[in-house]
Design a protein around this ligand. Structure first.
Ligand SMILES: *Cc1c(COP(=O)(O)O)cnc(C)c1O
Length: 379
């Protein structure tokens, strides 16, 4: 198998798994209990919180463990909207290319009275600061713009965007699920209030993530119950998951430059080989402002559904646009927002490499794509 769908999920790093295992079998105590057996587990959870916080340059008391990116996004938007309403702010501004976890949360809040407005992007998928300047007002409760897009890999200017949101008195959230652990993300110097991330997108386990909530924000809890996560997110901690995510974060920080360089090399090799022989194929998004592992390619005329079946027969895992919209009849919102026609959007494949892929795998994939497209053109 050749796995080129690392934006959908990543393999849990063996070192992460090794770190997690004792927290199922040996150290299974509930971190909230008072005896010593549980105290050492509580200390481990605290150390994990420190580890995650240090990756963002924030304090541990600003990190809240959740069940993943979707929960973090839901929590960020709904709590910021609630807080905004108390100040007469009922508007939510989000980029036109947000992940469904943000997009559908905003639509759910719209049914509860929110005024949801979308910020358009340019043809590379970038939200320009001037666009936000024009849209934001004293009615805006929250602005949500992702750090990196999951379909086309575009990196957004979250520093400038967060400052503009703050000048208007609005909160700023960023869905950093694709960015965290892949590109440097220090929050110092930004005005980011809320940031979502998810363990399984950077070599950690599935079902665990976190939400960064800036100190002092009066945001409501999403899950009510016990006093875990400083009364803001009830439920016995997913200790093995938290341990695994923190280990994955630590590995990601140490290895980021080398991993990113390898990913960029593999990605560029794929793009280079395919476009050298198939000049009709085009890369979506920005080349410069791009996640190191993402190649979103449109093969005009060749339906991505057909292409994915052929790739699957060859043991190659890739995706059409985003995994979340696979099977949906609607063309990708993201691809149409950057100006692709519905037809072009339906002929788009997303390859997302990891540093564990090899150049041979990429070469093989490129050969299959070239062969497939040349045959298709002759039919
Ligand atoms: C995967 C993803 C999510 C959802 O994260 P889960 O942990 O799978 O719930 C949210 N946003 C983006 C950008 C993603 O890529």
């Amino acid at each position: 198998m050749i796995y080129l769908d690392n934006a959908a999920t990543t393999r849990t790093d063996p070192r992460v798994l090794e770190e997690m295992l004792p927290y199922f079998s040996e150290y299974y105590g509930n971190p909230s209990a008072a005896y010593q057996f549980s105290q050492r587990i509580r200390h481990k959870v605290d150390a994990c919180r420190d580890q995650v916080a240090s990756c963002l340059g924030v304090s541990a008391s600003e990190i809240y463990f959740t069940s993943g990116g979707s929960e973090s996004d839901n929590w960020a938007l709904s709590s910021a909207f609630e807080a905004g309403k108390e100040q007469g702010r009922d508007q939510i501004l989000l980029s036109a290319i947000e992940h469904p976890a943000v997009y559908n949360t905003a639509l759910a809040l719209e049914r509860q009275g929110a005024d949801v407005q979308f910020l358009p992007v340019d043809k590379e998928g970038v939200v320009h600061p001037e666009t936000l300047e024009k849209a934001v007002s004293s009615r805006t409760a929250i602005v949500s713009v992702m750090a990196a897009n999951n379909e086309i890999g575009t990196l957004e200017p979250i520093g400038p965007l967060s400052r503009i949101a703050h000048e208007a008195g609005a909160l700023f959230h960023t869905d950093a699920v694709q960015a965290f652990g892949h590109i440097p993300l220090l929050l110092e110097g930004t005005q980011v209030d809320l940031l979502s991330a998810s363990g399984h997108k950077f070599g950690g386990p599935k079902g665990v993530g976190f939400l960064y909530i800036k100190e002092g924000l009066p945001l409501m809890a999403l899950v009510h119950g016990g006093s875990q996560e400083r009364n803001r997110r009830a439920g016995t901690e997913n200790v093995p998951g938290i341990v695994g995510m923190a280990k994955a974060a630590q590995l990601a920080m140490v290895q980021m430059p080398a991993r990113a360089e390898k990913e960029r090399m593999l990605r560029d090799h794929l793009i280079g080989r395919v476009s050298a022989l198939l000049p009709q194929v085009h890369l979506n998004g920005s080349y410069e402002r791009r996640l190191p592992g993402n190649a979103s390619l449109t093969f005009p005329g060749l339906s991505s559904e057909t292409a994915l079946i052929r790739l699957d027969m060859e043991g190659i895992c890739a995706s059409a646009g985003s995994a979340c919209s696979t099977g949906a009849l609607e063309p990708s919102r993201v691809l149409t927002a950057i100006g692709l026609s519905a037809q072009e959007a339906s002929c788009t494949l997303r390859f997302s490499v990891s540093a564990q892929n090899t150049i041979e795998e990429i070469d093989h994939t490129a050969s299959i794509l070239i062969d497939m497209y040349q045959k298709f053109q002759h039919d």
